[in-house]
Design a protein around this ligand. Structure first.
Ligand code: DAH
Length: 376
């Protein structure tokens, strides 16, 4: 602001003349109306309404006028500033509206467009359990062993001490591989779809150095009709240890490890005598019901659907490797002993997650797998 102008002559204060104020106003209004973006409008605001704008500078001069001239100049400049301010606000409004309309157009999402991404798959819970159990045993020093699904009868049966007249070999259980075309009538291929993962035990004993600790997850096949509790194709996991001095106490430890891994620590396990040709003695493994913890078996207690109020659930077969199997695999049964166990993975999955329909594990519906959490 300049010093008070004692010798005031309105004509000399050019910035305050009507023409000058009108010129500055028109320049501001033109800049405002020609601003095409909010940024341009901001520039116009700085140039025409900022501290250094002609009208602001003119207003600063008013104080220097003699009282009689102040009101007149004040009104003139005030009206001009008001017009510019109104025009600025109107243009701001208009440009904001235009910008919003533009955003609606450029950022429009058509939610009716067809979904063009491959839907995410999910790891199948059967593989997840197989991996989880394998990991538990690998952490204890076991190796993962695999074998073919089309298997020689000798590995699937004979070497496992399942004699030719054993009922398990009969047509209703075993899916036999047809003999080559044109072979004489009565020829057998000698091959089957393996009915369990136990032939991997034989393959491991024949090919791996002792001592031997292996875990074998894999698919097995049986000539079963598909229903709520049976699958013709299912998964098993098998453990085998052959070493000097192994006893059933070691077997019990291994079994407790897999029950802990599957159902969480703290469930008791129990072995009861059973029969398998490839183990002697053999046992079935039960675990304390993870739902009622055995409570349902007490008199007058609430019934439990999972264990059918037995308090215990059968989960696996096991035993000490039959010396005849060791011998078939070229292992000296006087020096070495072994233990083995095997369980059905779908059954373990059904028990652990309360699934009643085994076919759900087989249908391949990703909605079923997703519920188990791992999407890929
Ligand atoms: N192979 C048996 C089956 O398919 C399961 C089994 C039982 C495996 C006892 C074992 C075992 O290794 O020791 O029914």
């Amino acid at each position: 602001m300049s010093a008070p102008n004692k010798n005031y002559d309105p004509v000399e204060v050019t910035a305050l003349t009507a023409e000058e104020v009108e010129r500055a106003t028109q320049a501001a209004l033109t800049a405002i109306s020609s601003a095409r973006t909010l940024d341009e409008l901001k520039e116009a605001r700085i140039a025409h309404a900022g501290d250094r704008a002609p009208l602001s500078l003119a207003r600063a001069e008013i104080g220097a006028l003699p009282p009689q001239a102040r009101a007149d100049a004040g009104r003139r400049v005030g009206a001009a500033v008001g017009r510019v301010k109104d025009a600025m606000a109107a243009r701001q409004d208009q440009l904001e509206r235009e910008r919003d309309e533009q955003v609606l157009i450029t950022e429009r999402v058509d939610v009716t467009l067809p979904y063009d991404r491959q839907p995410a798959g999910a790891r199948h819970p059967v593989s997840m359990i197989a991996d989880k159990l394998s990991d538990v045993f690998v952490a204890m020093g076991y190796e993962v062993a695999e074998g073919p699904e089309v298997e020689a009868e000798w590995y699937n049966f004979d070497a496992l001490n399942i004699p030719p007249d054993h009922p398990a070999r009969e047509m209703q259980d075993t899916l036999f591989i047809a003999p080559p075309e044109g072979a004489p009538a009565g020829t057998r291929s000698g091959m089957v779809l393996r009915t369990h993962t136990s032939p991997v035990q034989v393959r491991s004993m024949l090919t791996r150095p002792l001592p031997l600790y292996v875990v074998s997850p894999g698919r097995a096949y049986r000539n079963e009709a598909l229903d709520a509790t049976h699958l013709p194709v299912f998964y098993q996991i098998e453990g085998l240890a052959v070493d000097e001095g192994l006893t059933m106490a070691d077997l019990r430890g291994a079994i407790q490890a897999f029950v802990d891994a599957l159902f969480g620590a703290g469930l008791r396990t129990r072995l009861r005598p059973d029969y398998f040709p490839f183990t002697e003695p053999s046992a079935d493994v039960s675990m304390e019901c993870h739902v009622c913890r055995g409570e349902s078996a007490k008199p007058g207690a609430e019934p439990c659907r999972v264990c059918r109020s037995q308090g215990w659930i059968e989960i696996a077969g096991c035993g000490m490797v039959n010396p005849r199997v060791l011998v078939a695999c070229g292992i000296d049964p006087d020096r070495y002993s072994g233990f083995a166990f095997g369980l059905g993975i779908e059954r373990a999955l059904m028990l652990s997650h309360g699934i009643n329909e085994i076919r759900d594990t087989y249908d391949g519906d990703v909605r079923f797998s997703r519920a188990f959490g791992t999407e890929i």
